[in-house]
Design a protein around this ligand. Sequence first.
Ligand code: PMP
Length: 475
Amino acid sequence: MSSDTSRNQLPEIESSVPGTASLALAGRLARVESRNVTFRSPDSPIFWTRAAGSNVWDADGNRYVDLTAGFGVAAVGHAHPRVLRAVRDQAARLQHGMGDVHPPEVKVRLLEALADRAPYSDPRIVLGVTGSEAVEIALKTACLSTGKPGALAFRGAYHGLGYGALGVTDRALFRAPFETQLNPHTVWAEYPDPYRPSERLLEAAARGGYSPGMAARDMEPGRLVDAALELAAELLDSEAGERVGAVIVEPVQGRGGEIVPPPGFLTGLLDLCRERGLLLICDEIFTGFGRTGSWFGSEAEGVIPDILCVGKALTGGMPISACIGSADIMDAWPDSTGEAMHTTTFLGHPIACAAALAAIRVIEEEGLVERAHLAGQRWREELLDMAQHYPVVGDVRGRGLMIGLDLVADPETRQPDPDLAGRVLVEALRRGWILLTGGPHGNVLSLTPPLNIDNGLLSGAVDMLDEVFTDLESD
Ligand code: PMP
């Protein structure tokens, strides 16, 4: 991998953060955008005007390092030269086609490229625009294939906010007002979160011989997985489970707080599905395309799900997603009779297809999957070393370049500390580092930088966090 220093520069902050230009834009935005969309405070947001590699510039001319890769999209870095060239060339030739009627030629090439990389001998693909849509195509496929309307989803799951995807997303804030409109056939299982296992999981583990007096942290990972699988099996075998046709799971929970299930979980889920004739849907929208150090997150356990959902990193920066499965599953969709049962105006958008083709090549040719694995390992160790000095960092976890720092008010009880996470976020931004908070409590610092970010910047991020934690400690 070539490291381009001009696209991997340390931050340069020349104004207050946010500066006057960003503050003015925030004021203008508030007058035209619905108030729920962009969170505004005296500390946020900054308005992006330009990005290259791991760097982002704001309206005040400040340069930042993007430790989020723009929600995990810019895996190849922002505006990678090859992606940029592909976008420019495609835009000059054909900007928009008729996706499911008279498709753009480049759609064929993208589907072939995805098919070549999918873990199926005879794959079939439906393209979407957003991650949420890819999930909904998967859920529709499962319904058509099994004839069953429900899915088993996991606590802490994030699959998107369209009505279908929201039906399997576990966030009270997003669901509550719309609860009566969401799929009533979803059943909820426990994700084996090794750091903060749920009460239900602990109870299930107790039934299996684990002593409830034991601290949760002492539970063997294998026992946690067994307990999670037992609970999932109970649900599937219950009356509500009769209406369930699919299990949908993130190989590593992303917005749920970078939660890595112990080994054996995905294989166990696949077994549960096989025994009952259910489909396993892996939502790889965050974990796919190298993020976790393998091409797909499910590969880490050698699991081939029935259906794969991908998005985000697929293009390096254009909106496109895909639902991929083998022909025997995907052929649950009937032949088109002239009206596609699932399509959108922008299906197979040519510029996004061209960007995806370029991004896939960059990931391969720059060895970014391996790079995510190695850089992630090294970075996690550095972060762990730093975290040892700060008991408020309860856990450093993740896989590849998908890392979470779980901030706690008390390391004994592991009580989440979202306020602290928010303060770290603000202090990091002031120093020129963009991060996000995640997890159901909002207490996890979520780090998902471009896969080709410079090692120097990764170490710089650790130094920055070290400084921020020290400063906050002395406050
Ligand atoms: N699934 C997962 C695992 C995600 O992380 C996300 C987005 N964070 C989605 C689905 C939804 O994707 P989108 O926001 O593009 O609809």
